[in-house]
Design a protein around this ligand. Structure first.
Ligand code: TXE
Length: 508
C-alpha cells in the first residue's frame, strides 16, 4: 500500500519534501525550495520545489502525450470510473492522514479537515458516475435525410490551480471531474499547502491511473502563471482571489483557453423576524466562522431586521464568545490559526479600519492572548456591529473569522444590501415564511443561496459565482461540462447531390 509522507504531523522532526510529479515520476528539482511553516506553531513542516516555466512545460508535454495516445482519453468511461472508484476508496482509507496534513498546513480545525476529506472521496465517486454517463444528444428535427449527433468529448489538457483554504476538497472539486471526462491534467497546488495534493497524486498512481495523465507541479504564482499562459493547455480551472483571477484571464488570452474561475465572495446572511431564531443564530455563527472564516462562501455579512436586532445580536455574540480557539489538531477546536502571520495582520487591519469608520466590536477584535497559542496566527472570532455599506468591511473580502452586522427595515432594503457588493458567490436567508424566503432567494444575485441552512448541498449541485465571483461552475453536470467540448456531426443520407448547387457543372 502507498505510504504517505506524514512527518511531522505524526510527531517526526523532519519536514516533508515534495517534488514535482511528471509522467509518473517524482522529479527532484535542484532549484529553489519554498518552505512552509505550520501557522499554528511556526514549525517547519514541509518544503516544496518551486516549479518554473520549464517544469510546467515538461508537465504539459507529458499531459499532451498522455492525452493523444489511447491510455486515458480513449478508454471507456467504465474503465475511467473503475480507477476513480479505487481512488475514492484510497482517499477513505487514508482519510485521517490527509485530514491531518491539511489541518497542519492550513491551520484549520481537524474536524473541518476530516469533513473536507470525506467530501473529496464523495466527489471522486460522483465523478466516477459522470465518466459512465458522459453523453451528447441526437437531432432528428431537420428532415428524414439529416441526422445530427452532438458528441461530448474530452476538452484536452487541463491546468488546475488550487488555493490553500481547502486543499484536498477544492482539488477534488476539479481533478476527478476532469479525469472522468477523459482529460489529462497538470495541477499547481498552493505553495502554502501542497502536501495533500502530493499525497493524493500517489493515491491516483496506486489506483492505476496511467503515467502522464495526472502531473503535479509545485510552486508559487510563477508556476501558476506559466500554466495559465501555456499555449498547449486547453482548459484552465482556478480557485483563488479575484485579483489573481483577472491576471489569469489576461494570461490565457494567447491561446484563448477555456476558463473556469471560482473567485472571492462576500455573502450576506439575512435574518427575518419570523425565522427560527435559535437555528438562525447557530447558522450565522457557523457560516461566519466555519474554516476560520477563510472560506469563499463565508456568510460574513449578517443583515438582521431591526425588530429583532438586539435580541438576535446578543445570541450571536454569546455563541461567538463560546467558540473555542485552539490548535488545529485538537478535537475540540472550533477556530484554528489563520494561514500566515501577514494574513492575520491584514485581518486585524480590516477590523481596525472598520472601528475607525464607526463600527463597534461586539466580541473579539484582537489576536488570541493564551500562552499556548502564542506561537501561531490566532485571532479571537470577531463580530463588528453597525457596519454600513460605506465601510470597506461591508464590501471587501476579509477572509478571516470576522462577521459584520448591519440592520434593515424592509425586504427591499435587505435585498439591495445583500446584492450591493461586487461579489455574487453565495448568500443565505432565514425565514419560516415561504412567501418571504423564496422570492428573496430568487432576487439574490449569487450562484448559491441557502434557505434556512448554510454552506450546504451535495456535489450534484453546481457551484460558482455571479459578478466578480467567477466564471463557470464547479461540480454538478455543469462542472463536468467545463472539461468537455461539444462536436456537432451532421450526417446526410438519401439524395445528397441535389443539395449542393454552388460548383455544380453546367448541364451540357
Ligand atoms: O490567493 P491567490 P492568495 C482570497 C482571499 C485571500 C486572498 C489572497 O481573500 O485573502 O485571496 O490569497 C496561484 N497566475 N482567496 O494570495 O494569489 C497561487 O500560487 C496563476 C479566495 O493565496 O489567488 C495559488 O495556487 N496562478 C479563495 C492560487 O493561485 C497564480 C481561496 C491562489 O492564490 C498567480 C484563496 C498567477 N499570477 C484565497 N498568482 C477562494 N475563492 O476560496 C498566484 N497564483
Amino acid at each position: 500500500m502507498t505510504q504517505l509522507d506524514t512527518a511531522p504531523v505524526t510527531g517526526g522532526t523532519r519536514p516533508r519534501h515534495h517534488d514535482h510529479f511528471i509522467d509518473g515520476d517524482w522529479v527532484r528539482s535542484s532549484g529553489e525550495i519554498i518552505e512552509r511553516r505550520a501557522p499554528a506553531t511556526g514549525l517547519l513542516v514541509s518544503q516544496v520545489a518551486a516549479g518554473t516555466a520549464d517544469t510546467v512545460d515538461r508537465a504539459v508535454a507529458a499531459a499532451r502525450r498522455a492525452f493523444e495516445d489511447d491510455r486515458w482519453s480513449q478508454v471507456s468511461g467504465f474503465e475511467r470510473a473503475a480507477v476513480l472508484h479505487r481512488v475514492a476508496d484510497l482517499i477513505s482509507t487514508h482519510a485521517e492522514t490527509l485530514a491531518r496534513l491539511d489541518a497542519e498546513e492550513v491551520g484549520k480545525p481537524i474536524l473541518v479537515a476530516r469533513a473536507d476529506v470525506a467530501g473529496a472521496a464523495q466527489l471522486t465517486r460522483y465523478a466516477a458516475g459522470l465518466a459512465i454517463q458522459m453523453q451528447g444528444t441526437t437531432h432528428t428535427n431537420n428532415g428524414p435525410e439529416h441526422t445530427g449527433l452532438v458528441l461530448r468529448e474530452a476538452a484536452g489538457v487541463v491546468g488546475l490551480i488550487t488555493p490553500w483554504n481547502f486543499p484536498a476538497l477544492i482539488l477534488s472539486q476539479k481533478l476527478p471531474l476532469a479525469l472522468a471526462a477523459g482529460c489529462t491534467v497538470v495541477v499547481k497546488p498552493s505553495e502554502l499547502t501542497s502536501s495533500s495534493a502530493a499525497a493524493i497524486a500517489r493515491l491516483y498512481a496506486e489506483a492505476g491511473l496511467p503515467d502522464g495523465v495526472l502531473n503535479v507541479v509545485t510552486g508559487d504564482g510563477r508556476a501558476g502563471a506559466a500554466l495559465a499562459e501555456h499555449p498547449d493547455v486547453d482548459v484552465l480551472s482556478f480557485t483563488g482571489s479575484t485579483a489573481t483571477g483577472r491576471r489569469i484571464i489576461a494570461a490565457s488570452a494567447g491561446n484563448l483557453k477555456k476558463l473556469s474561475l471560482e473567485l472571492g465572495g462576500k455573502a450576506a446572511t439575512v435574518v427575518f423576524p419570523d425565522a427560527d431564531l435559535d437555528a438562525a443564530a447557530a447558522g450565522v455563527v457557523f457560516g461566519g466562522f466555519f474554516n476560520n472564516g477563510e472560506c469563499c462562501v463565508a456568510q460574513s455579512r449578517l443583515l438582521v431586521h431591526t425588530d429583532i436586532a438586539e435580541e438576535f445580536l446578543a445570541a450571536v455574540r454569546e455563541r461567538t464568545a463560546a467558540l473555542r480557539v485552539g490548535q488545529p489538531l485538537d478535537e475540540t477546536t472550533d477556530v484554528g490559526a489563520l494561514i500566515h502571520e501577514a494574513h492575520l495582520r491584514a485581518v486585524v487591519g480590516a477590523i481596525d479600519r472598520a472601528e475607525e469608520a464607526g463600527a463597534t466590536v461586539l466580541v473579539g477584535g484582537s489576536r488570541a492572548s493564551s500562552p499556548q497559542l502564542a506561537g501561531g496566527s490566532f485571532l479571537v472570532p470577531t463580530v463588528l456591529d453597525g457596519v454600513t455599506p460605506q465601510m470597506a468591511a461591508f464590501s471587501d473580502e476579509i477572509f478571516g473569522p470576522v462577521l459584520t452586522a448591519s440592520r434593515f427595515r424592509t425586504t427591499e432594503e435587505a435585498l439591495a444590501l445583500a446584492n450591493g457588493v461586487d461579489y455574487g458567490l453565495s448568500n443565505s436567508v432565514w425565514s419560516r415564511d415561504i412567501d418571504t424566503a423564496l422570492p428573496f432567494a430568487r432576487g439574490l444575485r449569487s450562484g448559491s443561496v441557502y434557505v434556512n441552512t448554510v454552506i450546504d448541498g451535495p456535489p450534484t449541485m453546481p457551484f460558482g459565482g455571479y459578478k466578480t465571483s467567477g466564471i463557470g461552475r464547479e461540480m454538478g453536470q455543469a462542472g463536468f461540462e467545463e472539461f468537455t467540448e461539444l462536436k456537432s456531426v451532421s450526417i446526410r443520407t438519401g439524395t445528397r447531390p441535389g443539395r449542393f448547387t454552388i460548383g455544380t457543372p453546367p448541364a451540357s
